[in-house]
Each structure stands twice: as C-alpha cells, then as structure tokens.
Design a protein around this ligand. Structure first.
Ligand code: 5GP
Ligand code: MN
Length: 350
C-alpha cells in the first residue's frame, strides 16, 4: 500500500518530533474541503499527541465547512495579519497543505517565504514547487487528505487518529472526488475510506453538512446561471458559464456559493469540458473541469495563470469579463482535437 518513500515519511515524523515550539498548518487561499480537511485532520492528530499546533489560513473559507473540528482555532491571515505573523514567529515548523506553488498563498506568500523555521509540503498536485525543506507530493492520491492519512498511518502518530480527525480526512476525500465521482481510480482511496469508516465516521451526516447546507439565494443563483449565463458549444463538447459582480449582488453572494456550478454542464450529454468564470473586484476567477483524458490544467496554465489537476483546474485573469469570454472562445479551436480524442476514447470504453 505504501507509495510514499518511507524515508520521506520518517523525515516528516522526525521534523515533527524535533519541533520544540509550535507547528503551523497552512492551506492554500480560498481553501476548499480538501485543504481544510487535511489541515483540520492533521491538527487534531498532532493536538492529540500533545503538541502545540496552530492553523493559519490565507483567507476565509466557505461556511459549509465551519462545522468542522478545529474551525474556532483558525487564524484568518486576511483579517488578522499581525496575529498570523506572530503565530509563524512562535513556531519552528510550517506545514503547507494541498498546494504546489507559493503563489497559491496570495497575499500571505511573503510571510511564508521569509519563514525561518523548517517547512514541509504535503500535496497531490503535479509539478510541486521547491520551496520547502521536505516535499511529500504524489498525484496518485485522490486528495491531500488521503495522502496525509496514509502518511500518518506509517508513523507513531497513527494511534492519535480519532473519529474527529477521520471525519476531517473523509471530508477532504469526499469533496476532492466530487463524492467519489472522479479521481477514484486508485483502490487506496477506498481502502482509506474503509479505515475511516471503521473509526466511526458518519458519512451521510458529513455529506449532508457539506452539500445540504446552502442558502435559498445560492439555489436561485444556480438556476439563474443555468438559464441565463451558460453557453453550450456542442461542436467543441464544451460549455461555459459566468457570474457577474451584479449577479452576485442580486443573489446575496457568499464565499462558496458558486461551489459545484462548474460541474453541472458536465451532466449534459456529450459535454466533456466545462468552465466557470466568476467576476471578482480586480480579476476573473476561472474554474475548469473535464471528463476523460482532456487535461484542463494545460488550458489553465497556458491562458489563465493557473494550474491544477487533469480534470479539475483553476486560474485567474486580470482582464474584463468580456475579454475573458472572448479569450475562451478563441482558444477552443486550439484544443478541439484533444477534446474530441477524449470524447472518442470515452465512447470506445463503453
Ligand atoms: P476550483 O475550480 O475548485 O477553484 O479549483 C480546482 C483545482 O484547480 C484546485 O483543486 C486546484 O488544484 C486548482 N486551482 C484552482 N485555482 C488555481 C490557481 O489559481 N492556480 C493554480 N495553480 N491552481 C489552481
Ligand atoms: Mn486537493
């Protein structure tokens, strides 16, 4: 079962044991369920082991994760930069989780860059950056949560994984796989879920807390976007959706309200490539999803200053919404062959 080099795992374990001050856990900015699930799970385990641990998040995260064990402990850098800096100053080990480049920290990047203690990266994205003393990175894991759980299992800290930690790890796996819809080709994912289940997690309750917790406004925004903000390009097996700042105002938009929108067009017959553009004050946030072999991280890297996984990627563009939409239409022909190959392969497999 072991895929991560045991020497790396032992190195990680040693760094934790060597820490005599506190340990800081850091997810990427606008953290998702996997970033928070990984951080909360590891936080609980290290705390159970009697260690001093702090969580510093570059930004806030969606309310539908606020029920998670450890939520009250999170220091939000964007609201409390001084307190965050103090937490880093008082620590001697910083663990970055679920991202591969320092730029994913947003405004918190300089603080982590100038950190003088030891740094570790735990991640499952391609092309891990070289900004930490130790890198545990493996794209064959569905999620960072699955990876950190598997790593902990091979350390002395395994015995500190309790039901709370298991719940957090499960949340990370569940959200990064779209409730076991994608990134689930590796049997280890289900072996880990089996172990978490033995630890007593309540899967329907976790699912419900995350996915049945939206506001009426969010539901209506989704309906509005599906009706008025979605363009389908059948010839490219693609669909594009966008949300303007005005739309966000009209529907009382809160962080995370657009979660899941980008996946919806993929349930249209024949669509394997979906994009969502969300207008922000200063830039356009792009989200990409695909089915099959078509790699959307290549689209994001080349045109949207981003990256991610083959079937789920994101980025941002400092341009207007109109310019962004035009850019998207312009790039479709370039990827036409690759999209079609993905469609043909899928059909052959059936
Ligand atoms: P989402 O569309 O949910 O924001 O992001 C999907 C995936 O794309 C994330 O899990 C992350 O791996 C990646 N991603 C999202 N935004 C960015 C970005 O701005 N830069 C990079 N490098 N990756 C991103
Ligand atoms: Mn992840």
């Amino acid at each position: 079962m072991e895929r991560v080099d045991i020497e790396l795992i032992k190195g990680f374990e040693q760094l934790i044991k060597n820490s005599s001050k506190s340990i800081v856990l850091v997810p990427h900015r606008n953290p998702d369920g996997d970033a928070m699930g990984s951080v909360f799970g590891l936080w609980r385990v290290l705390k159970n082991a009697g260690l001093k641990v702090q969580i510093v998040s570059p930004t806030k995260y969606p309310e539908f994760y606020h029920w998670m064990d450890g939520h009250e402990e999170v220091i939000n850098f964007s609201h409390h930069p001084k307190q965050s800096a103090r937490a880093l100053d008082e620590s001697d080990l910083l663990i970055c989780m679920d991202f591969n480049q320092l730029s994913r920290l947003g405004d918190m990047q300089p603080l982590v860059e100038s950190y003088t203690g030891k740094k570790v990266l735990i991640d499952h994205h391609p092309y891990p950056g070289n900004f930490t003393d130790l890198v545990i990175s493996d794209i064959t894991y569905s999620s960072t949560a699955e990876l950190i759980f598997s790593v902990l299992q091979s350390t002395e800290f395994a015995s500190y994984i309790d039901r709370n930690a298991a719940t957090s790890f499960f949340t990370g796996i569940m959200t990064d796989t779209g409730s076991f819809d994608f990134n689930v080709s590796n049997p280890n994912t289900f072996e880990v879920v089996a172990q978490l289940t033995r630890m007593g997690i309540d899967q329907p309750d976790i699912h419900s807390r995350v996915y049945d917790n939206y506001s009426v406004d969010r539901m209506r925004l989704m309906g509005f976007c599906l009706s008025n903000r979605m363009t389908v390009y059948p010839e490219y097996h693609a669909a594009c959706m966008y949300i303007t700042l005005e739309d966000q105002k009209a529907f009382n938009f809160k962080t995370g309200d657009n979660e899941g929108f980008v996946n919806m067009p993929l349930s249209i017959k024949g669509i394997v490539f979906s994009v969502l553009f969300t207008e922000k004050e200063k830039y356009i946030k792009a989200s990409f999803r695909s089915k099959g072999e078509f790699a959307v991280n290549e689209v994001s890297e080349k045109y949207f200053n981003g990256g991610g996984h083959r079937n789920a990627a994101g980025g941002e563009l400092y341009a207007s919404l109109a310019e962004t939409l035009a850019q998207f239409e312009k790039l479709l022909p370039e990827f036409e062959d690759r999209i079609k190959q993905s469609v043909n392969k899928k059909q052959r497999r059936k």
